[in-house]
Design a protein around this ligand. Structure first.
Ligand SMILES: NC(=O)c1ccc[n+]([C@@H]2O[C@H](COP(=O)([O-])OP(=O)(O)OC[C@H]3O[C@@H](n4cnc5c(N)ncnc54)[C@H](O)[C@@H]3O)[C@@H](O)[C@H]2O)c1
Length: 509
């Protein structure tokens, strides 16, 4: 359901673009991406481990030592309401955040400068559950600059950058996240973000729906007092629509996942830029000439396929949707059934948002050395549990995020990030795409927070087109792009307002 365009435009107009000239000469890409480290926490060794184990031995982590939950840590100002791997490394994280602020994050920074005096989020108490990266830190600190109080946890056990979490804690942010959390740690961290003394959150910013559902289940009274939920992922939005259907949604929710800018940039452009990097960092594989099977030809699958084709891979895709399948055909890509192709390819990448797409049976028939990884939100796309439970298989940790799973006949597959988001786990993402997603999230949060009672019902809403266009405008300066303005006559001819929106809601970009 769409919100009233004019009402939403009020918020967008309030933060009209200010000069971002200072960013124009700063188009260097980040060069400080973390290389995967070679540490197996389960064996408490910091060298490459080729030691075989007869079964799966635990999750990956790039840090060894005591569980952060058992440590007492303090910021230099004496702040203790956080739990990160090691606060001592905060200055490295601060530099990472500063780099992100200056390269490509111009949209958020413009929003921060513009709205700092208005403080539109004054009184907002936000529970955040997202990936913890330098770019997300820019969002978190922007929300604080706009007047919000926040408590934050990670939405993925591998993607937290410890230096960034440390920098946020040092800056006084209540953050509970570290790279290599166990499943139990994961829920403990989310619980800490939701539940604290003298804290009643009024908004959730979620990526995957875990914080939303944890709060609904464990703290239903607090949940019923929310003003809104902003959700970032396909999976989380799906869960929100289910809540809405069963009348369990107690506050309006904004589906930012399906905003045009988020869809195009966070999924397509981001995955197109990061998949090759992730595969190379994890495995050093030469991609040219390799046969790759991409499961799912939605936004993510299209980005992944385009990048791999561009470096010389032979790409095939699987699809359940005839429209996406025919798009693949038009793009020159063969559409196959997974069972027909999986035995002959060098790399399998799942991008569906579905579960059990790559099963143990499929992996049984893969050839020796096949690389298997997932670009979808959930770690159930590849049935890693079946691999973990199969007593005949041997797991060998090669390095952080890279496991050999070995069959009794010696055949091995190379499983990346234990089937979790490979680009988030094995590399970092481009600042610009994250700035776009983050700007969209910030505007959605502001809209839900400042909306007068009655503007939204307890339902799931899409971001209005005007806000999407505003997010795009904020980022055009990075490319020194100059928009053409409609003349009065042209605007009349097309039946448009000169300042937008320029397309109807049903327009497909
Ligand atoms: N890695 C990242 O950086 C990143 C970025 C954005 C989204 N995501 C995640 O990637 C997943 C896909 O996102 P999307 O935006 O491409 O969604 P989408 O809905 O556009 O595409 C998914 C496609 O998979 C197809 N599909 C579903 N089940 C299938 C099956 N069993 N076999 C073959 N195809 C199947 C669907 O028909 C659809 O076309 C989601 O989980 C999303 O949260 C990841």
């Amino acid at each position: 359901m769409d919100m009233n365009e004019e009402e939403a435009a009020e918020v967008a107009d309030k933060f009209k673009e200010e000069s971002v000239e200072s960013f124009r000469n700063k188009q260097r890409r980040r060069s400080s991406i973390q290389a995967p480290r070679i540490i197996d926490p389960n064996r408490r060794t910091s060298s490459v481990s080729n030691e075989s184990c007869s079964s799966y031995t635990g999750s990956s982590s790039d840090e060894e030592g005591i569980n952060p939950r058992e440590k007492t840590q303090k910021s230099s100002a004496g702040f203790t309401d956080f739990c990160v791997r090691n606060i001592e490394i905060h200055s490295v994280g601060r530099k990472e955040i500063e780099i992100a602020e200056q390269i490509d994050m111009c949209g958020l920074m413009a929003l921060r400068r513009r709205a700092k005096t208005d403080k539109p989020l004054h009184g907002a108490k936000i529970i955040g559950c997202t990936h913890i990266t330098p770019q997300m830190a820019v969002l978190i600190e922007t929300l604080i600059a706009l007047g919000a109080q926040v408590r934050w946890a990670a939405c993925n056990i591998y993607s937290t950058q410890n230096v960034v979490a440390a920098a946020l804690a040092e800056a006084g942010v209540s953050i509970f996240a570290w790279k290599g959390e166990s499943e139990e740690d994961f829920w403990w961290c989310i619980d800490k973000a939701i539940h604290a003394d003298n804290w009643q959150a009024n908004i959730i910013l979620d990526d995957g729906g875990d914080a939303t559902h944890h709060m609904l289940k464990k703290y239903p009274t607090a949940f019923s007092m929310l003003k809104g939920i902003v959700e970032e992922s396909v999976t989380g939005v799906h869960r929100l629509y289910q809540l809405s259907k069963t009348q369990k949604l107690v506050a309006p929710a904004m589906n930012v996942n399906d905003s045009v800018m988020k869809t195009k940039f966070d999924a397509f452009y981001c995955c197109r830029e990061s998949v090759v990097d992730a595969l190379k960092r994890a495995t050093d594989v030469m991609l040219g000439g390799k046969h790759v099977l991409v499961c799912g030809y939605g936004e993510v699958g299209k980005g992944v396929s385009a990048a791999l084709k561009a470096v010389g891979c032979h790409v095939m895709v699987t699809e359940i949707d005839p429209i996406c399948a025919i798009q693949a055909c038009m793009d020159g890509i063969r559409v196959v059934k997974i069972s027909d192709a999986v035995g002959s390819v060098d790399i399998v990448i799942s991008c569906t948002g579905n579960k059990n797409v790559v099963t143990k049976e499929h992996m049984d028939s893969m050839k020796n050395g096949c690389i298997v990884c997932n670009m979808g939100h959930s770690n159930t796309e590849i049935d890693v549990n079946a691999l973990k439970n199969a007593t005949e298989l041997t797991w060998e940790r090669v390095r952080s995020q890279v496991d050999h799973v070995i069959w009794p006949n010696g055949k091995r597959i190379i499983l990346l990030a234990e089937g979790r988001l490979v680009n988030m786990s094995c590399t970092t993402l481009p600042s610009l795409v994250i700035s776009i997603a983050a700007c969209t999230q910030a505007l959605a949060l502001i809209e839900l927070f400042v909306a007068p009672t009655g503007r939204y019902k307890n339902d799931v809403y899409l971001l209005p087109k005007k806000m999407d266009e505003y997010v795009a405008t904020l980022h055009l300066s990075v490319f020194q792009a100059r928009l053409t303005e409609l003349s009065e006559e042209q605007a009349r001819y097309l039946g448009l307002n000169k300042s937008g929106p320029f397309k109807p809601n049903y327009y497909r970009y």
